[in-house]
Design a protein around this ligand. Structure first.
Ligand code: GLA
Length: 438
């Protein structure tokens, strides 16, 4: 495995040498199919939340190299994003950023080509300040144009633009300037802004209307860490502020609650399903930060759950909301989907034992009708009338997630017998659960 990884690294021009933290820089590759984006807003990118892999949470300053044949790309995980610590401490003689030559002997263009040849996209990291959060060269105001051009020349597909070592006034200028500079290069580069996270994530300091015009996604809140406490803290903040955040999101502009840590060390299987379910409800970018070489089959199947992914990627792009927060510790989340379908998540904050939660679709504001339910993680289906009481058993710190298809519509059909019209009859149309998932 190590040899294989090193060979792949060499092919892409990456040298897995120890970084400043003494660890290895690890970069991940997926093989599999590419998805072609449509164009809207500023650069037309990211009409559904971007999906991929991001080095930071799991590997920090390390990058390792991995070519995976595990079907990630077909599912939409196409971005492979380097985070902090990639740059050399000095700019080149023309004032351009340059990668650490020990780690990237072939330069970034070689790496980008390697990704593109495999139908993947390459993301890079920069910082709107004097230094990156890790202390590497930043992109202060007077360097924005040249750095945007450098990234475009390297054929980079996405930029995460962090905010360490800059103040509010500089950020107010710098984030829109970088947006314009990226547009001016003519290369579509997805633009992730950490700006709101540095300003507390809420109005009046944060202007979400403006962000939606200049960025494709933005970090609103603090860094995720490898623990359930961290995931829960993020969930709490996002849903306490849902009335502010939901209208900010839409095709091409997404709130980013940070990376998926499924497959790392901190989450149980139930908690992993919970992160996947709530990130799907939130229409959140799905950037895994994990080690795909050693990931367990349980974690992999959660990350590769097609129904959860299709809910996350719903083309309407409406961010879901918490509709109920029970004293018992059960929350209910709901997201409207295209074709009048929807997703429901029953989430338990309890720490004792599975909780039997009783409700009905009517109590959850569903209109009269008979609904087809697809359980995202058990793959069981059933039909439910709005008025029928049901019980879901929700594990501690776990979820039950449902895809709810719109009620079958009745269609009027003429009845003929012996060539003569005998009358009319109603036919049941199929419920609209996408057949691909059944
Ligand atoms: C900040 C960001 C993280 C990561 C580090 C890198 O903390 O929020 O996601 O990029 O910087 O130094």
């Amino acid at each position: 495995m190590v040899t294989e990884v090193r060979q792949e690294a060499a092919k892409a021009g990456v040298q897995p040498v120890p970084g400043p933290t003494g660890m290895h820089l690890a970069m991940l590759l997926f093989t599999s199919a590419v998805s072609v984006g449509t164009f809207a807003l500023d650069n037309g990118l990211m009409r559904t939340p971007p999906m991929g892999w991001l080095a930071w949470e799991r590997f920090r300053c390390d990058i390792d190299y991995r070519l995976s044949e595990d079907g990630w790309r077909e599912l939409g995980y196409v971005y492979v994003n380097i985070d902090d610590c990639w740059a050399s401490m000095d700019r080149d003689e023309k004032g351009r950023l340059q990668p650490d030559p020990k780690r990237f002997p072939g330069g970034i263009p070689k790496l980008a080509r390697y990704m593109h040849d495999r139908g993947l996209k390459l993301g890079i990291y920069g910082d709107m300040g004097t230094h990156t959060c890790g202390g590497y060269p930043g992109t202060p105001l007077d360097k924005i144009k040249i750095d945007a051009q450098t990234f475009a020349d390297w054929e980079v597909d996405m930029l995460k633009f962090d905010g360490c070592y800059s103040n509010a006034t500089e950020q107010e200028q710098g984030y829109p300037l970088m947006s314009n500079a990226l547009n001016a290069t003519g290369r579509p580069i997805g633009y992730s802004c950490s700006w709101p996270a540095y300003q507390g994530g809420l109005p009046p300091k944060v202007n979400y209307t403006q962000l939606g015009k200049i960025c494709n996604l933005w970090r609103n809140y603090g860094d995720i860490q490898d623990s359930w406490d961290s995931v829960l803290d993020i969930i709490n903040w996002f849903f306490e502020n849902q009335d502010t955040l939901i209208p900010a999101a839409g095709p091409g502009r997404w709130n980013d609650p940070d990376m998926l840590i499924i497959g790392d060390f901190g989450l149980s299987m139930d908690q992993s399903r919970a992160q996947m379910a709530i990130w799907a409800i939130m229409a959140a970018p799905l950037f895994m930060s994990n080690d795909l070489r050693t990931i367990s089959s349980g974690a992999r199947s959660i990350l590769q759950n097609k129904m959860a992914i299709s809910i996350n990627q719903d083309p309407l792009g409406i961010q879901g909301r918490r509709i109920i927060k029970e004293k018992s510790g059960i929350d209910v989340y709901w997201r409207p989907l295209s074709k009048d379908d929807s997703a429901l998540v029953f989430f338990s904050r309890r720490n004792d034992m599975p909780y039997r939660y009783q409700t009905s679709l009517k109590k959850l504001n569903y209109t009269t009708g008979s609904y087809k339910i697809f359980d995202v993680f058990t793959e069981k289906t059933m039909t439910l009338k709005d008025s029928t009481d049901f019980v879901v058993s929700v594990n501690p710190t776990g979820v039950v997630m449902w895809y709810v298809s719109a009620p079958a519509k009745l269609s009027l059909r003429q009845l003929y017998k012996g060539g003569k019209l005998q009358g009319f009859a109603y036919d049941d149309d199929e419920n609209s659960i996408p057949p691909v998932f059944l």
